[in-house]
Unconditional design. Structure first.
Length: 127
């Protein structure tokens, strides 16, 4: 016997017997996308939950906005820039990439991000 569950969706669409399954499927897909994005922001190097609740008015909103912008730029760069793709493919998860950048810039000065990326690519391919 199928499992029966009760859910609530907010929609301005007229729900009928003909479209209810499609509307439920779309709602679940949207929830899945939002859940995966939030999980990425919490567990893949962005530390979303640790940055908020500070300040009296706008600091938490500012930190959230900067975090989401960083995620957007990293995702676009990962998709479009081969100089980012190559070292990141060899390093694996984005958190490893961030940890390596953090360690390298803690102990060494690079003239530009291009020098840093080139250093990471050359060192990783020779190892």
């Amino acid at each position: 016997m199928p499992k029966i569950s009760q859910n609530s969706f907010v929609t301005n669409h007229l729900i009928t017997l003909e479209n209810v399954a499609e509307i439920v499927k779309a709602g679940r897909a949207r929830w899945k996308i939002e859940n995966e994005n939030n999980n990425t922001l919490k567990t893949k190097g962005y530390h979303l939950e640790h940055n908020f609740g500070h300040g009296e008015k706008f600091l938490s909103s500012l930190l959230l906005t900067l975090n989401i912008l960083a995620f957007l730029f990293h995702t676009v760069m990962e998709m479009m820039d081969v100089r980012i793709q190559l070292p990141q493919k060899r390093l694996g998860p984005r958190t490893t990439f961030f940890d390596d950048i953090r360690a390298l810039t803690r102990y060494h000065y690079f003239k530009s991000w291009d020098y840093l990326r080139q250093f990471m690519y050359v060192k990783k391919t020779k190892a």
